[in-house]
Ligand binder design. Structure first.
Ligand code: HEC
Length: 133
């Protein structure tokens, strides 16, 4: 009987998480637009996710290298071998809820993968892709 009371609480928690994610992503997208980006495309975000760039070690690099292709599944860090929780917000609700985290990882991961910073357009496209997963 008691356990039933937890269901509305759980649903409430999930809704709050989804709202925080939507607000954070909307805010970032608005900033990227203000920085000169055009319309965002989840399809282009996905294409960037899969695109391979030549690494300085001669190995091809992409976002898939650490996060994998199926973002509802855990990834594995190519250098440290540590497991990375799934990026899909439907599986890991904390994803895309903290703008400082998002920007920090964009900075590191774009530098490593593309050999340069991602543009506002690229970040917006990737967020549009990730938010729907
Ligand atoms: C060298 C390994 C590696 C590669 C390659 C990589 N990432 Fe990551 N990424 C990480 C790690 C480690 C984290 C943080 C660990 C965690 O949050 O579980 C992370 C976290 C993120 C996050 C934070 C999400 C959130 O809100 O928690 C985003 C966004 C992200 N990566 C995007 C990208 C994109 C876009 C690419 C390709 C350009 C990429 N990553 C390539 C290792 C990588």
């Amino acid at each position: 009987m008691k356990r039933l009371h937890l269901i509305p609480l759980l649903l409430f928690g999930l809704t709050l998480g989804a709202t925080a994610q939507a607000a954070t992503v909307d805010e970032l997208l608005a900033e990227y637009r203000a920085a000169g980006a055009g319309e965002f495309s989840a399809g282009r975000g996905r294409a960037l996710w899969l695109k391979e760039f030549p690494g300085e070690d001669g190995q091809a690099r992409s976002c898939v290298t650490c996060h994998g292709r199926d973002l509802t599944r855990p990834g594995r860090h190519v250098k440290t071998n540590k497991t990375i929780d799934p990026l899909a917000p439907s599986v890991t609700p904390q994803r895309l809820t903290d703008r400082r985290e998002i920007e920090k990882w964009f900075r590191r991961n774009c530098d490593w993968t593309l050999g340069r910073a991602c543009t506002a357009q690229e970040k917006g496209d990737v967020l549009s892709y990730l938010r729907q997963l």
